[in-house]
Design a protein around this ligand. Structure first.
Ligand code: BG6
Length: 511
């Protein structure tokens, strides 16, 4: 980093001004895909609009489709206007889009890398991008090893002339423990762990990061955040949408690989981890890995007592009739791929011994709702008459990740009136009203961290592998048993999911 940049960033830190990354290029492989148009470029546009990117910044899209720079820009502009809620400023777009370029090429062919290398050198001299490159692999997972190898062979695993080179790998990271290990090995033949940014967009969500703020910036929660006070934890990642046009991908993935291995496991880690000594990449990720290691492995011959596999049938969501998963495009008519997963896991350590963590993730649920609910043990004794406490539930602290982002605490309160009836009410914090600033999109945060070289909110190799290891027995049992429990679209999953909790004398929350 140049001295002036260091000085500027020190001054910015002192004045708590946002840091601006060094000049550099983001190369996106798979640039004609959905993610680039819907998420990556809108996030970069917003960063540019907020002046969070250096002027010497460029985006180079690479994919097979033939397109000129101008056609690529137009495509992105159209998508930006479609997907961004606010108006797209002509001035910002004008200056931002000047730094957008496109190269058509087959990412399996060495020739494409020679051209790319030349082109990036040209950008270094014309736009002052100083040899710094971030390669974002937004391609089909099967292409990742080949791209990494080609980048390495072309010498692009190091930045040009003292610049840096970073690699972003999208999920799914492998499809089981073995493939994730292999992938890690292949990538590390060319890139050092410190250069690898495995992305999980949930870590970029403000409310997911806020789990850490809630736990470690407040003195009142940590003392009760353990098996002495917590009865159980429920983690829900519910979506009302179906699989849509992603049938082919989903048939290969299923909810376990698509959502649980990454998003849910990350939420579990942040909820269950010990306080890190500092908010830096190593300290944070070290503590997350300890949680993954402590999760009790589900016995392979007893998976049905811990895991439920569900799939949606035709049903009604928001008053509209929707097709079943098997009726969708590119889906087998006898598919047993899960669109819903419920799991019961235990974190076998001093803090959480005996506390079940119930997890569910599903598509075509009645609504979109991602939340973490910590249900506390009931009071040991209530002095009030039995009839007076019938409307009283245990205390529950709910972190609403989305929508209606916020936190609520269910407490018992006296119902106004003569007697002493006690009922449950919610103390509610809505982020939207508590803070005037609008929360940035998850990709904004993560792309900026990437350009700044901060991997704290990215996944380390051992985390990805640890999460696969936990799910291995479930995947094994499900691959042998070709059965799935059906639920009508618009319901909270199959009945077996209710049984999972009823068996323990508990029930799922209805977010
Ligand atoms: C993606 C999954 O990672 O996350 C999708 O592949 C899912 O299937 C999406 O719909 C959910 O993300 P969000 O941010 O809308 O909760």
């Amino acid at each position: 980093m140049a001295d002036t940049q260091v000085l500027q960033n020190v001054l910015r830190d002192e004045q708590r001004l946002p840091r601006v990354p060094e000049p550099g290029v983001m190369v996106i492989f798979g640039a004609s895909g959905d993610l680039t148009a819907r998420k990556l470029v809108p996030a970069l546009y917003d960063l540019a609009a907020q002046r969070r990117l250096p002027l010497e910044f460029a985006v180079v899209g690479v994919s097979r489709t033939e397109m000129s720079h101008e056609e690529f820009r137009e495509k992105l502009h159209k998508s930006l206007e479609e997907h961004r809620s606010g108006k797209v400023s002509d001035d910002v777009w004008e200056s931002f889009s000047k730094g957008i370029f496109y190269l058509a090429g087959d990412s399996k062919e060495p020739k494409a890398y020679d051209e790319l290398k030349e082109f990036l050198r040209k950008l270094d001299s014309e736009r002052g991008t100083q040899g710094n490159r971030a390669f974002y692999l937004s391609t089909s997972p099967s292409l990742v090893p080949a791209i990494v190898q080609r980048l390495g062979e072309a010498g692009m695993n190091n930045g040009e002339e003292g610049g840096w080179s970073r690699l972003v790998v999208e999920k799914p990271f492998g499809r089981d423990l073995e493939s994730a290990q292999e992938l890690n090995e292949e990538i590390r033949r060319y890139f050092d762990e410190s250069q690898i940014y495995r992305i999980d967009h949930y870590l970029g969500k403000e409310t997911v990061q806020n789990i850490l703020a809630l736990r470690f910036a407040n003195g009142i929660f940590e003392p009760i955040w353990n098996q002495h006070y917590v009865d159980h934890v429920q983690i829900t990642v519910a979506e009302d949408i179906g699989v849509g046009t992603r049938g082919a991908f989903y048939e290969e993935a299923g909810a376990l690989r698509d959502i649980v291995q990454n998003h849910v496991m990350q939420i579990l880690c942040l909820t269950a981890m010990e306080p890190p000594v500092a908010f830096d990449a190593d300290s944070l990720r070290e503590e997350k890995v300890k949680v993954l290691k402590a999760v009790r492995r589900i016995p392979e011959d007893d998976v049905e007592h811990y895991a439920v596999r569900g799939q949606y049938e035709r049903g009604w969501v928001w008053g509209e009739e929707v097709e079943g998963y098997r009726e969708g495009k590119d889906v087998a008519s006898d598919s047993v791929t899960e669109t819903f997963v419920a799991l019961k896991v235990f974190v076998d350590n001093w803090r959480w011994a005996g506390v079940p963590f119930y997890i569910r993730a599903g598509k075509r649920m009645p609504k979109k709702a991602t939340e973490i609910a910590i249900q506390f043990r009931p009071t040991p004794h209530t002095p009030f008459a039995h009839g007076d406490t019938q409307g009283l539930d245990p205390n529950v602290l709910v972190v609403r990740v989305q929508p209606e982002e916020g936190i609520s605490l269910k407490i018992g309160a006296k119902v106004p009136g003569q007697g002493f009836e006690v009922s449950s009410v919610n103390m509610d914090l809505l982020y939207g009203t508590a803070f005037l600033e609008e929360a940035p999109d998850a990709y904004q945060r993560l792309l900026l961290d990437l350009m700044l070289g901060d991997p704290t909110l990215f996944i380390r190799a051992d985390e990805a592998e640890g999460a696969w290891d936990i799910l291995a027995p479930v995947m094994q049992a499900w691959s042998e048993k070709k059965e799935v429990s059906m639920y009508p679209a618009g319901e909270w999953g199959p009945e077996d999911a209710d049984d999972l909790l009823e068996y323990d004398g508990r029930e799922w929350r209805r977010p």
